[in-house]
Design a binder for this molecule. Structure first.
Ligand code: FE2
Ligand code: FE2
Length: 198
């Protein structure tokens, strides 16, 4: 006999998993999962805003300033959208927001000081992680959250546009690209993990 799915089999503790499942004491409720999802996305967009502000503080008068400003504008729109969703769903921001305020700016400024290509390499690495993160959320959202799913898809496409802009500006020509990219990705994944939980 094959192992038929039993109640509870489909349950996961993935943050943001919105599929109906058997709720057990100690599990996250659908509301808590949605709250985590909005909280981490807000944190990510906040961090993105601060990265571009750090880059603009260093490269604000350079040839790539208009490109950085364009991406910064889009991050501000993403951030405001998640701010509105937080109010509508009564979600608190991450307790780590003061950390992302400083760490985001520092990451942006530090990579910009290494040069325009390193700044772009930072963007490419962050956006690759965000693409993964948003795609994972879309897969976990049910049809009852179609509006949020659409919003995330729109933003994911814009993040991919940022990644492509970074690649077009020679991100991969940065000396030590693999090392820099790996470090930024690891930091971004850690920030996501922390922001979902705190
Ligand atoms: Fe964004
Ligand atoms: Fe972005």
């Amino acid at each position: 006999m094959t192992d038929a799915p039993k109640p509870g089999d489909a349950k996961t503790d993935e943050p943001g998993d919105y599929r109906p499942n058997d709720y057990l004491p100690g599990d996250l409720t659908p509301e808590e999962r949605l709250a985590r999802m909005i909280r981490v996305d807000h944190a990510g967009e906040y961090g993105a805003r601060r990265i571009y502000e750090g880059q603009l503080a260093v490269l604000g008068r350079s040839a790539c300033a208009p490109t950085l400003k364009h991406m910064h504008e889009q991050e501000l729109h993403h951030l405001r959208t998640f701010e509105d969703l937080m109010v509508q769903n009564r979600v608190r921001p991450t307790a780590l927001q003061p950390v992302w305020h400083i760490a985001g700016f520092a990451l942006g400024a530090a990579t910009a000081m290494l040069g325009e290509k390193a700044a772009m390499a930072c963007t490419v690495a962050v956006e690759e992680v965000i693409d993964e993160h948003y795609a994972g959320q879309q897969a976990r959202l049910g049809d009852d959250q179609a509006a949020l799913k659409d919003t995330i898809e729109t933003f994911r496409q814009e993040e991919l546009e940022h990644r492509d802009i970074g690649l077009q500006h020679g991100a991969e020509e940065t000396p030590g690209y693999e090392l820099l990219s790996g470090a930024v990705k690891a930091g971004s994944r850690l920030a996501i993990w922390l922001s979902e939980r705190f």
